[in-house]
Ligand binder design. Sequence first.
Ligand SMILES: [Zn+2]
Length: 477
Amino acid sequence: MKTIIGLEIHAQLLTETKAFCACKIDVNAKPNTNICPVCTGQPGALPVLNEKVVEFAIMAGLAVNCEIHETSSFDRKNYFYPDLPKGYQITQYFHPIATNGYLNLESGKRVRIRRIHIEEDAGKMIHSSENITESKTSLIDFNRCGVPLIEIVTEPDMNKSEEAKEFMEKLRDILRTLDVCSGNMEEGALRCDANVSVIDDDGRSSSRVEVKNINSFRYVQYAIDYEIERISKVLRDGKDVKHETRGWDFVTRTTVSLRSKEEENDYRYFPEPDLPILKVSKSQIENIKLNLPELPDQKAERYMKAYNLAKDNANIISKDKIISSYFEKLVSLKIDPKDSSNWIVNDLIALFNADSIDFNADKVPIESLKTLIEYTNSGKISRLSAKEVLGEIYKSGRNPEDIIKERNLIQVSDKNSLVPAIKKVIENNQSVVEQYKKGKTSVVGFLVGNVMKETKGKADPKVVGELVKKILDGEIV
Ligand SMILES: [Zn+2]
């Protein structure tokens, strides 16, 4: 059995104003306050293309290795829905701005990108009940009408739901690095439709099923796995798989049939008569290319080469520009890069992940982490205490020195205060000392453990180890 998966991804662009009018984009605005005759489809109102939209689309296209076309054009996709006041959506159907790109997955597999085109979003329906068939009233908010989108269409190159999820995450990281899309799936700023079909062991291929409304990275994987299972069962039962559009229901974690799949010619696409052909010059494209920020994969490569970071750490740090700038600042403060990366990946990010929130440099100021790492590396506090202090900084934002002092975490490494405790432990463990004298040096660890207990964990184990040996060897009496 083989599964074939292709994705169609809509990304809302982070422009200040809409694609074809000067209305502000503000997700927090009251319904129907950011609207005008153009985005509500009033007769005679004419669209004017927002230049920023073109720039963002080109940036995205270049970042995913697409060919950018100097000439592209807009078309009308005609359909009726209450949230679409014009009765058509302006899109790029016949001549998209970018084609023939790709992204490589971690396995080395290449997922080709067929096209990227510019289009506009529709409004939002608000139903009085979650269940649309039970809903008595429906309200419409036109604020989202005309918000610019790019649609990224892949070739059906993925064969596992994990690959689709990885592709989505990789694309999100790139769009966020470019600052062209917030990448927030829960808020609908990045939306994914998955096309799934299955070929069984006898070579019979199912129809293609489209799953819509997938609103989280996890659900991309769940929804595709659910479909693979469902389609395979229909094939096993010897029935025909319907060519249809299904919706992902995150409550029941199943897909439900929405409608039989509309064919492309149902939309009666035709060239948009109110907008001129879109032309961009070679030099404009070159200029955008020159100003692209460093992308996650390039950054990870650089971290591995320049700082000798492990691949996993380099990948995790470089995919988020807030995390990577935090890392670079820490390194610029003379903290060892490997140390920095380990603390960020193993300790710091874990705290944010546990609360399911985005990394935020304000919660743990760089200076605080720097101090904490220095205290640990110099043996002033133990690694375990440092973890405790970091948790407290994350919670309260307090100064690490104050927390260390208050909790009395400074390790005792002063010989004069440690020797009596060690002598006491040696006295109480004469049989172990005998073993040491017979050559079993591994018992030192046991004695160190007991000294740690005796000092309530505040002794520096490295110093204790050295002292124990010296006392046993008679170098200190
Ligand atoms: Zn408007």
